[in-house]
Design a protein around this ligand. Structure first.
Ligand SMILES: [Zn+2]
Length: 88
């Protein structure tokens, strides 16, 4: 399900408020795309196997529209997670 327009604006506003406005670190381009969904990468303490359902870092992903470089921003740090999610 795509992110609601209101949520996208909330994310962009939070990134701008924190000063995440610099050009792409790879190619210097200044235009980015907010990926229409979340990443939720798992944190695990073992290198073997894949833990499912453990701790994770919900994040938004910004893509450089020229070279495709992806940058991830943790929703919790941006203050965009519901309170119960940040306490895990
Ligand atoms: Zn780039």
């Amino acid at each position: 399900m795509p992110l609601a327009e209101e949520r996208k604006q909330e994310i962009i506003k939070a990134l701008e408020k924190q000063g995440a406005r610099l050009p792409c670190p790879r190619c210097g381009n200044q235009q980015f795309i907010l990926i229409d969904g979340y990443f939720n990468q798992t944190i695990q303490n073992e290198l073997q196997g894949m833990l499912i359902g453990g701790k994770s870092i919900p994040s938004v992903v910004i893509a450089c529209n020229r070279c495709g470089f992806l940058s991830q921003h943790a929703l919790g740090i941006l203050g965009l997670l519901p309170k119960e999610e940040t306490q895990k």
